[in-house]
Design a protein around this ligand. Structure first.
Ligand code: FEO
Length: 392
């Protein structure tokens, strides 16, 4: 793919990675991804904003073939999918200064072995003029590392936001108009890496509130020409108020827990509560994470294996604990054969969740009438709790 013009003097010089299916050896990428680097040319100077994942360096090299001089290389974020090709750029352009936030300096030296004398720290709010193009740096920590910053291009009103507002989506389309077709990839990305820092992300949203933003150019996925919709989506995702939604990760070995899940899902639906059940034997953890963005209640459905919960469902508990969703309530349902500590182990595995625990329903062997009534009572409690906090 060739260089692509975003606006006069601003070029996309990144790489599309159509086949990548896993990020950080953890996060599923059903739609591939892109590593967006941008070249900004002023009348006097030229800046390159970020680089690309080293495995796609060939694309960046091709884009920069005719570029004789780069004065500034801006590193928004030290994670290697953006910074990994910095050493090549510094080598190719010995005059280039590497601009970064103050927390990033040590990280760039530690992770990429860049020479300290090439690094130039920019302060929060500092500007650099390229001649008719002014780059203003805005510290936006924890989207999603502590050193992350964004750049606002004043004359063109473009916010280069790095991972923030990004989406893992390889596409031939440079721009996205509206948010519909990128909403799910953007939400998946927020859920997987930014949700744990929800309150700080919200502070960052406040920080850009006064900017006139005509475009958002993130480091993954298409450029937003109508950014209001993705900004509004982020406001909803980072808001404290959850939705009238139960997320229910579960697994079953011989059908007992499955029968309980089936009954509870129906009982909740009858009471007007939306449920997203995920069978962890095959679930996409990215979709589970997306549901956790909105859920008011998390209910874990687990059989007992060797005293504790089935490992597949414990993975979901560990994930939820790490992502620190805004959920307000939780419960556990499941079964055992002859004993065990399944519910205690699950509860001990989610210390980060600030939830009120509702009555659990654990049955020995196959559920009987009293167990089904207990599941109805749990559904009733969930519906009532949701109403009490203004949902439904
Ligand atoms: Fe796209 Fe946090 O790297």
């Amino acid at each position: 793919m060739k260089q692509r013009e975003i606006t006069s003097g601003v070029l996309w010089v990144g790489a599309e990675d159509w086949d990548r299916r896993l990020f950080d050896a953890l996060i599923p990428l059903p739609d591939g991804t892109s590593y967006n680097a941008y070249l900004v040319r002023g009348t006097g100077k030229t800046a390159l904003l970020d680089t690309v994942e080293p495995s796609t360096l060939q694309a960046l090299k091709a884009h920069l073939e005719g570029v004789k001089r780069i004065d500034y290389l801006v590193s928004h974020h030290t994670e290697q999918d953006h910074s990994g090709s910095i050493p090549w750029v510094l080598d190719r352009y010995p005059e280039a200064k590497l601009l970064c936030s103050s927390p990033a300096k040590g990280m760039l030296i530690d992770h990429l072995c860049v020479p300290e004398e090439r690094v130039c720290v920019v302060e929060d709010g500092e500007s650099v003029s390229l001649g008719g193009k002014t780059l203003r740096f805005i510290y936006t920590p924890w989207v999603h590392w502590p050193e992350t910053m964004s750049t606002y291009l004043e004359e063109d009103k473009i916010l280069f936001s790095c991972d923030w507002f990004g989406s893992h989506l390889a596409s031939t389309d440079l721009f996205i108009d509206g948010v519909e077709c990128v909403h799910d990839p953007a939400k998946r990305y927020y859920a997987e890496i930014m949700m744990p820092f929800r309150k700080i992300v919200r502070q960052n949203m406040d920080k850009i509130r006064g900017l006139d933003i005509q475009m958002i150019a993130p480091s993954h996925g298409p450029v937003y020409r109508q950014p209001a919709s993705v900004i509004q989506a982020y406001r909803d995702w980072t808001d404290d108020k959850p939705h009238n939604l139960v997320v229910l990760p579960w697994v079953s070995m011989h059908g007992t827990t499955a029968r309980m899940v089936e009954h509870l899902v129906a009982a909740l639906a009858e009471r007007g509560v939306t449920v997203h059940p995920y069978n962890m034997a095959s679930a996409d953890i990215g979709k589970l994470a997306m549901s956790l963005v909105d859920a008011a209640t998390i209910i874990i459905g687990a059989p007992t294996v060797h005293v504790g919960p089935h490992p597949a469902v414990l993975d979901a508990v560990v994930l939820a604990n790490a992502l620190r969703p805004k959920a307000r309530f939780a419960s556990i349902i499941g079964s055992y054969g002859w004993g065990g500590k399944m519910p205690d182990i699950i509860k001990a595995s989610m210390p980060n969740l600030r939830v009120e625990l509702l009555d659990q329903v654990i049955c020995r062997g196959y559920p009987r009438e009293t167990d089904f009534r207990a599941l109805d009572n749990l559904a009733e409690s969930v519906a009532r709790k949701h109403k009490e906090i203004g949902l439904a």
